[in-house]
Design a protein around this ligand. Structure first.
Ligand SMILES: C[S@@+](CC[C@H](N)C(=O)[O-])C[C@H]1O[C@@H](n2cnc3c(N)ncnc32)[C@H](O)[C@@H]1O
Length: 216
């Protein structure tokens, strides 16, 4: 898949499932204490940074539920997503928060201004050869001392997804080993702070990975 064709597929697929995914994911975090623990640690790191911590970009925010969760943890969070339908759902659901259409590979954000960057299951559709550019972009927008948190499906395979939320989609999911995600972060100048690998919750395929990193 070329760079533009995979982006077109991701955009069209998430446009198609925006409403259904918002409905199904709505309260999903409530049943995932370890995921919430990583988000809480990330929020605390951002809040505790020198200068009180800058804003946090939730990249690939989808329906905005994690952006809102971060807001509840006391950080100034905004969302960015490739899918206009996802952004419309997020704006409708959380009218007090800011959501923009955009690509996490080319953010409309100045250098070194953010306290945190979250990529919650949103880097996993990007072909591995193009992932280093994503992490370089995360590092570019983070202020010194800023944190990045990445959630991903752990494994080492490409999975073709033709259905999601009961609707047809055209997506590849790249499962990756935690060490490879850590290497991508390190390659961009983001040093690993902590990682979590947890077993699958019901309806998940296998282990789920979470990596917290910091810009020096
Ligand atoms: C599995 S969903 C996760 C959504 C959200 N983070 C959540 O957990 O509720 C992946 C999201 O990432 C977005 N996405 C994928 N690649 C992207 C990119 N290059 N730039 C911006 N958004 C992207 C998709 O449009 C989709 O909304």
């Amino acid at each position: 898949m070329t760079a533009s064709s995979y982006l077109n597929s991701v955009r069209a697929s998430y446009d198609a499932v925006a409403v259904a995914s918002a409905r199904q994911l709505g309260t999903e975090l409530a049943g995932k204490p370890l995921d919430r623990a990583m988000l809480a640690a990330f929020a605390e790191c951002v809040r505790g940074a020198e200068g009180g911590g800058g804003a946090v970009a939730d990249l690939g925010c989808g329906p905005g539920r994690v952006t809102a969760h971060l807001g509840g943890l006391g950080v100034r969070a905004f969302g960015v997503d490739l899918s206009p339908a996802m952004v419309a759902v997020a704006r409708r659901t959380y009218p007090g928060l800011r959501f923009e259409v955009g690509s996490m590979a080319a953010l409309d954000v100045a250098d070194a201004v953010l306290g945190g960057v979250l990529a919650w299951y949103s880097t996993l559709h990007t072909p591995p050869a193009q992932q280093p550019a994503l992490y370089r972009e995360f590092a570019r927008v983070l202020a010194p001392g800023g944190h990045a948190l990445v959630a991903f499906e752990a494994g080492d395979e490409r999975v073709r997804l033709e259905q999601a939320y009961g609707l047809p989609v055209d997506l590849d999911v790249y499962r990756m080993p935690p060490d490879r995600i850590a290497a991508l972060l390190a390659g961009a100048g983001l040093t690993e702070v902590a990682r979590l690998l947890r077993g699958p919750a019901p309806h998940e395929h296998g282990p789920q990975g979470f990596l917290l990193a910091r810009k020096a």
